[in-house]
Design a protein around this ligand. Structure first.
Ligand code: NAD
Length: 380
């Protein structure tokens, strides 16, 4: 479906202007960039921007997320894509190692997979690179001394925190609820578990849509912040027993479990926006002895009917609701455009020696945050 790839590419205003600049500046001329990041329409725009900067780009996807049309589109435009969609960890491991066989000068990593394999078999000439995620930052931080090259962590940019985690996740989780359930939010009691960056956005979006939103948060300081932001902060059990909709966005496991079944109202909808499908114990809830039937009602909705007649609706089996289910689109193109502009500028800074060798697993440098913010605002 290349039309979606085109639409995304057209909508990435920052990447488009960076690519135009790169046509003349060629910051990656003679440089090989190895990437291990999801291969889908938004990353296509990033990888093609790096190509325009003169790089040889050798890429593979992540487990279970590679889109064949994105691979074909990239290959037609000179990006070397190793492998294709796979759910097999060993095959994925081979793909990552094949990327490293090209001995990239720069790595664009997602989850630490490439840098950690480089550490197993280091080759000379790696100049550094970027890491997209929090989980990758945690893995790589332990190996700072061994890494010895600059690694800039995109997730730790304040821009990424508010543009993606707060605003974009908030919007797309809310949009997913509407798209999957087609139910109104006005006057509904919505409980959000977690008041980190993502939870703040989710709570705000439901409130803006007329819901009565409460927040359950284990950190009392953030609970106080939620209260100052005007949300109710009831006890966990009061929140669960009053909710029409429950959203988890904590990054923790077993946030809502079978032990909570007794509290839930009839017709409650449970959904998760956190990374792992372990926040809502879907398996436990579906197999409890109080369950009469479990029915897949329609794409993305499973209804658990209890013997006392109450119904509990689970969206996308507890997987990230904005990336699973029918026609998932993920976070807004603009938020990804900003994140990928940070990626391009960080790789450029490493390639050009503008970040020192001591910048190992550190946040995006302030001068890059400022430049990307200025560029986005100037684009109007
Ligand atoms: N769906 C998406 O597109 C998307 C995008 C970015 C991040 N995420 C994921 O969303 C999750 C949250 O991300 P974040 O950036 O807001 O993290 P965060 O660490 O800023 O916030 C999580 C909050 O949850 C709270 N918490 C932990 N356990 C809890 C519990 N049992 N009950 C109530 N509160 C609890 C923590 O105290 C913390 O304040 C992570 O799993 C992250 O990977 C999803």
């Amino acid at each position: 479906m290349s039309s979606r790839i085109e639409w995304v590419g057209e909508s990435c205003r920052l990447l488009r202007s960076i690519a135009e600049e790169y046509d003349s500046t060629q910051p990656f001329a003679g440089t090989t960039i190895g990437t291990g990041i999801h291969l889908e329409p938004k990353t296509v725009a990033l990888l093609l921007t790096l190509r325009r900067g003169g790089a040889r780009v050798v890429s593979t996807g992540n487990l279970n997320s590679t889109q064949p049309d994105a691979v074909a589109y990239l290959r037609e435009r000179g990006v070397e894509v190793i492998g294709g969609p796979t759910t097999d960890e060993q095959e994925h491991d081979r793909h990552l190692r094949t990327v490293l066989e090209a001995q990239p000068d720069l790595l664009l990593d997602n989850g630490g997979d490439l840098f950690l394999r480089w550490l197993e078999q280091p080759y000379p000439g790696l100049r550094g690179g970027t890491e997209e995620t929090t989980s990758g930052r945690a893995r790589l931080r332990e190996h700072r001394d061994a890494l010895g090259v600059p690694v800039l962590v995109i997730n730790d940019s304040p821009i990424k925190q508010f543009a993606e985690n707060r605003h974009a996740v908030g919007q797309s989780v809310f949009e997913s609820f509407l798209r999957i359930t087609n139910r109104a939010t006005n006057g509904r009691r919505v409980t959000v578990f977690g008041y980190g960056a993502c939870g703040k956005g989710v709570a705000a979006n439901f409130r803006n849509a007329g819901s009565l939103v409460s927040v359950v948060e284990t950190d009392p300081v953030l609970r106080l912040e939620a209260s100052f932001d005007g949300f109710a902060v009831p006890s966990r059990s009061a929140a669960l027993s009053g909710a029409d909709v429950v959203v988890t966005v904590t990054g923790a496991r077993d946030v809502v479990t079978v032990a909570d079944l007794a509290l839930l109202r009839d017709d409650v909808v449970l959904l998760n926006g956190g990374h792992f499908p372990a926040e809502i114990d879907v398996a436990g809830i579906s197999s409890d002895q109080s369950v009469k039937t479990v029915t897949e009602i329609t794409d993305g909705i499973t209804t658990v009917r209890l013997t006392d007649g109450r119904r509990v609706h689970l969206l996308t089996d507890g997987h990230m609701v904005n990336l699973a289910g029918p026609r998932p689109l993920g976070n807004s193109i603009e938020s990804m455009d900003i994140g990928f502009a940070l990626q391009a500028r960080c790789l450029e800074a490493v390639a050009g020696g503008r970040v020192g060798a001591e910048s190992i697993v550190v946040p995006v440098p302030r001068f890059i945050d400022e430049a990307v913010a200025e560029a986005y605002l100037a684009a109007g």
